[in-house]
Design a binder for this molecule. Structure first.
Ligand code: NAG
Ligand code: NAG
Ligand code: NAG
Ligand code: NAG
Ligand code: NAG
Ligand code: NAG
Length: 359
């Protein structure tokens, strides 16, 4: 093992050297190409040469697939295995959904123990909207526990749960590579404790939801089963560079591109689909650590097709006047960004309600 490590280290060094010299060359070439661009007619040839050099500079070309996997395993401890999802509930808002007989939507927010600020923002924006506009929705925050158990942090989470009653916690380690576990956590909890909700939404904690329009449109929707509303990712390329956040070892998934999957920042499924996802996960292990891709694979085995949420929104709201910072191409879910801090986004959404619904 030690000798393998040494060889790997040497190879990384040589590779970095190669990358460095190649990228210097690339910069040089770029400069000269740009100077010549008006003079030369062989533009496409130059471009091709550029691409070749660019390809050479990729770290991924220096190593065999075995070496890449070995290197990755030094830092990431993940393996594909069947998971019956028998984690204990540390905190469970059991009756969270049962306060009303029927619920239109339960929103399950993927969050971590430490993300208190994000949860506060959500409660103060669209969470408040649920109450203010009498929307038939319930928000629940999904967490595991942080790697090193910290009793102070756990006590803080418990008191947050006592105050708001919206925290769900299971005893698995919360990490980026455990998000497939969180996907099944959502599906299992929704079908066990929230099966009076027609729809289930999975969502990141850094986005804001146009809750009134979304729930109104879902209430008007006639498809109550086999229904998935998402921004589909079609033919997305599998990342093979070990330096990449989404690096996927060839040994785990050999195809060049992923099957269609719902983009993970937000998607909605009908409650039967949530239940079927949970069941299907007990028979098919996640071959890769990416929760949204895994969801796409499970949907494929279930034979459930996605509806594209963007045109779905556009046919219902495309004609409405955009209100800064929202544009019509944004749909029910708006990302948090520097130009669009979450509270401003929510203010704009509420402005929309004044214009449209007279709320
Ligand atoms: C660069 O690499 C990609 C695959 O990573 C390949 O499809 C493409 O043909 C390569 N381009 C050249 C010019 O070698
Ligand atoms: C709740 O849903 C059930 C099953 O869909 C239905 O039979 C019942 O009428 C609903 N109740 C209300 C109050 O809408
Ligand atoms: C809230 O909505 C429910 C139906 O979803 C309705 O029965 C109830 O009267 C509404 N409450 C208020 C205060 O408007
Ligand atoms: C536990 O969490 C608290 C609150 O974030 C922090 O102040 C403290 O340093 C942590 N303790 C340990 C042992 O990590
Ligand atoms: C995922 O959670 C399980 C259960 O807590 C834990 O054994 C495993 O180490 C975690 N994996 C990662 C990559 O964090
Ligand atoms: C929810 O689950 C309970 C118990 O599993 C079952 O009795 C009930 O009919 C389910 N309700 C719906 C609306 O599916």
């Amino acid at each position: 093992m030690a000798s393998i490590k040494k060889i790997l280290k040497l190879k990384i060094f040589l590779c970095l050297l190669l990358v460095y010299s190649a990228s210097s060359f690339l910069i040089y070439l770029r400069k000269s190409v740009f100077q010549k661009i008006t003079l030369t007619e062989t533009h496409s040839e130059v471009r091709k040469a550029l691409h070749e050099v660019e390809n050479e500079t990729r770290l991924s070309n220096c190593f065999s697939d075995e070496e890449k996997l070995l290197g990755w395993r030094q830092t990431v401890h993940w393996e594909s295995k069947l998971d019956q999802h028998e984690y204990r509930y540390l905190i469970n808002p059991e009756n969270g959904c049962k306060k009303s007989e029927n619920l239109t939507l339960v929103i399950l927010v993927k969050t971590t123990v430490g993300s208190v600020k994000r949860r506060t923002i959500i409660r103060e924006t669209y969470g408040k909207g649920v109450v203010k506009y009498n929307v038939s929705a319930k928000i629940v925050f999904l967490t595991g526990f942080s790697g090193e158990y910290n009793s102070t942090l756990q006590a803080q989470l418990q008191s947050e749960a006592d105050i708001h009653g919206d925290i769900l916690q299971e005893d698995f380690i919360d990490s980026y590579y455990n998000l497939t576990i969180k996907l099944i956590m959502a599906a299992k909890w929704a079908s066990t404790f929230c099966n009076n909700s027609y729809y289930v939404m999975s969502i990141d904690d850094d986005v804001i939801v146009d809750i009134v329009n979304l729930v109104n449109d879902l209430e008007a929707n006639t498809f109550r089963s086999k229904f998935v509303l998402a921004e589909p990712a079609i033919d997305w390329e599998v990342h093979r560079d070990p330096g990449d956040k989404w690096y996927t070892p060839y040994q785990f998934y050999p195809e060049e591109s992923w099957p269609p999957f719902p983009r993970g920042y937000a998607y909605i499924v009908s409650r039967d689909v949530a239940h079927d996802l949970y069941r299907a996960s007990q028979k098919m292990a996640a071959p890769i650590p990416w929760d949204d891709v895994y969801c796409g694979m499970l949907l494929q085995t279930l034979g459930v097709e996605m509806r594209n949420i963007i045109p779905w929104f556009q046919t219902r709201h495309g004609h409405e006047k955009p209100i800064a910072p929202l544009k019509t191409q944004h749909h029910y879910v708006i990302w948090d960004s520097v130009q669009k801090p979450p509270r401003n986004t929510w203010r704009a959404i509420e402005h929309r309600y004044k214009n449209i619904h007279n709320l």
